[in-house]
Design a protein. Structure first.
Length: 176
């Protein structure tokens, strides 16, 4: 009689152990997903902040009216941190985030090129590049929100006609 209980106990133990193992695997998978989301959010925020800081540094350079050699050096320094943040994003971002991030990065490069060419803050060249960058940065933010399953935002939600910032630009209003 005692031998009959042994196989039943062994089968019960295998079933219990399998259930525990399956629950642990599922929990680990969920934790990895949460960790990936946290990492993506961190890199996306860092990329956004870095692009914004680089824009501020480029504006500062454009306002100083430096000699050509000083200008090239200052413009290069303004962009340095963006390359690291870009690499982090390229390696950790989903496809849509990377694409939107690359567009924003290259629109900032257009601002850089305008400043390096001597564009002043109130010039058409600077503003055309800046407003394209502003639009691309907002589109990147929206791609991040979508990737993180956050509700989408439209410009109207923030009382804007679009993402370019032209409506808030005194220089563009003066030109119009």
């Amino acid at each position: 009689m005692a031998w009959e209980a042994l196989p039943s106990a062994a089968i019960g133990a295998v079933i219990a152990l399998s259930g525990t193992l399956l629950a642990d695997v599922r929990r680990d998978r969920q934790q990895r997903g949460r960790d990936l989301g946290t990492e993506r959010r961190k890199y996306c925020v860092a990329f956004t902040v870095t692009l914004t800081e680089a824009l501020g540094a480029l504006r500062s350079v454009a306002a100083r009216r430096l000699a050509a050699t000083e200008l090239r050096t200052a413009v290069g320094e303004a962009m340095n941190a963006t390359y690291v943040a870009r690499e982090q994003l390229l390696l950790s971002g989903s496809g849509p985030i990377v694409v939107a991030g690359e567009v924003a990065f290259h629109r900032l490069v257009d601002v850089r090129d305008a400043v390096r060419a001597g564009a002043e803050l109130d010039s058409v060249e600077y503003h055309d590049a800046y407003h394209s960058f502003a639009d691309a940065l907002w589109r990147f933010r929206m791609a991040v929100r979508e990737d993180l399953h956050e509700p989408s935002l439209a410009p109207e939600d923030l009382h804007r006609p679009d993402w370019t910032d032209r409506d808030r630009c005194a220089v563009c209003a003066a030109r119009a």
